[in-house]
Design a protein around this ligand. Structure first.
Ligand SMILES: Cc1cc2nc3c(=O)[nH]c(=O)nc-3n(C[C@H](O)[C@H](O)[C@H](O)COP(=O)(O)OP(=O)(O)OC[C@H]3O[C@@H](n4cnc5c(N)ncnc54)[C@H](O)[C@@H]3O)c2cc1C
Length: 394
């Protein structure tokens, strides 16, 4: 039986990053990845902030484009233009981003096993014993579940489940016609019930894009049904009329960060812990930030030889202090958002087309910390608070 200090389930960006950070301190780390290739299935629109590069220390080579604003299309196609004055986000080649993170981990001597799924795990005398889909047996002091939204680690060790899941579908397309500096966002029950749809230019000339949408899990039709409609929608026609699909995107987004992410010898991080922004579905920044805390606490626990739940709970406290509150505020915003009718979307998008509001959005808008906007917005337009209260009661 091969023995490691730490085994990480999942070689996504969060599993790759946390494994690198622990191996840097000379502990033995193995990563199990069920797919036989890193980044095999694309599950991302690839929109992140510069902070993701500050955390990972990756070079800019996976950056495809820079975004300075958004055009938000209401159900009746009234358009609210926000931003435009500075770079707010970066568009990344997500497949190569994941590969680069794993390369960094391998440089620190992390052993990455492709095509090996974490199949079974149990605690035995302060160790975790693991069986892979290939029937190998491995042992570690700490298991980190970074195995994505439908985490097996979460199920085996009886962690709570995320509050909800969104279903997503999308595509990479060529032959499109976009302003490369702006993302196009579409809301409304016919476009993406329970969330929104997007078109994001993946090159600086606006001829290639990633399009996609997410819908509430309880929506009767599958996300592909909405994606097909999106491609033919009269509001997307100016951008997508000649679009040719080059790659499909699909995935699930967990929402509502877990109330417990540690137990004896086991931690959850990234999508496995639903460390995802409920306002945008972005999981890279909160997941990487939490992965840093996870690595620090794991290294500390290895130094002190204490893998107890009581010791590891520090991780839960740290990530909650850092980003947990922001994610919870995002869930409140989401509760309001989900209840808005198409008429209300039209009304508020039109109301927001006010230079004073645009100025506030430009000044305080931060896709990693959207709650920074709420106080200045409410001050300028108190009816937003009334609406939020009404929706929360509904
Ligand atoms: C449609 C869509 C668009 C999105 N757009 C954005 C965006 O623009 N910006 C952003 O920041 N985020 C976005 N996200 C979210 C982002 O993709 C996730 O938050 C991110 O992938 C989380 O990384 P992770 O490493 O936690 O999980 P994952 O990327 O899901 O990686 C988990 C890994 O674990 C592996 N695995 C699963 N089970 C096992 C097992 N039992 N054993 C071994 N390996 C296993 C999987 O194969 C996978 O490689 C989007 C998500 C979707 C679905």
């Amino acid at each position: 039986m091969k023995k490691y200090d730490v085994i990480v389930a999942g070689a996504g960006p969060i599993g790759g990053h946390v494994s690198k950070k622990i191996a840097e301190k000379n502990y033995s780390v193995a990563v199990l990845e069920k797919n036989n290739e890193i980044g095999k299935y694309l599950n991302c629109a690839g929109l992140v902030t510069q902070r993701v590069f500050e955390i990972t220390k990756l070079s800019s080579k996976t950056i495809q484009n820079k975004i300075s604003g958004a055009n938000i299309h209401s159900p009746s196609n009234d358009i609210l233009k926000i931003g435009g004055e500075r770079v707010h986000a970066l568009v990344i080649d997500r497949t190569n981003f994941d590969k680069e993170i794993i390369k960094q981990a391998e440089k620190k001597q992390v052993e990455v096993f492709l095509g090996k799924k974490l199949y079974f795990a149990k605690r035995n005398k302060d160790k975790i014993q693991i069986k892979t889909s290939e029937k190998e047996e491995l042992e570690c002091k700490i298991l980190i579940g970074a195995d994505g939204p439908l985490s097996k680690t979460r199920k085996i060790f009886n962690f709570p489940e995320p509050k909800e899941f969104l279903k997503g579908a999308g595509a990479e397309v060529s032959n499109v016609s976009l302003d490369p500096n702006f993302v196009e966002i579409f809301v409304g029950k016919n476009v993406a019930p329970g969330f929104f749809a997007w078109i994001i230019s993946t090159n600086t000339s606006g001829t290639e894009a990633r399009i996609g949408l997410c819908i509430d899990k309880n929506t009767l039709q599958p996300p592909m049904f909405y994606l097909k409609k999106f491609l033919k929608n009269k509001n997307t026609y100016p951008f997508l009329k000649d679009a040719k699909t080059t790659k499909n995107i699909a995935g699930v987004i967990p929402m509502g960060a877990l109330k417990k992410t540690f137990t004896d010898n086991v931690l959850l991080v990234g999508d496995a812990a639903a460390q995802v922004k409920p306002t945008s579905g972005g999981g890279l920044y909160p997941g990487l930030l939490s992965a840093n805390h996870c690595a620090d606490v794991v290294v500390d626990s290895l130094e002190k030889n204490d893998f107890s739940s009581n010791f590891l709970k520090k991780y839960h406290k740290l990530w909650n202090k850092d980003i947990g509150k922001e994610l919870n505020r995002g869930m409140t915003f989401r509760t309001v958002f989900k209840k808005l009718s198409d008429e209300e979307f039209d009304k508020y998008i039109s109301k927001f087309k006010n230079p004073k509001i645009a100025e506030i959005i430009n000044k305080y808008g931060d896709i990693d910390y959207p709650s920074k906007l709420s106080s200045p917005l409410i001050k300028k337009n108190p009816s937003i608070l009334k609406l939020a209260k009404k929706m929360l009661k509904k």
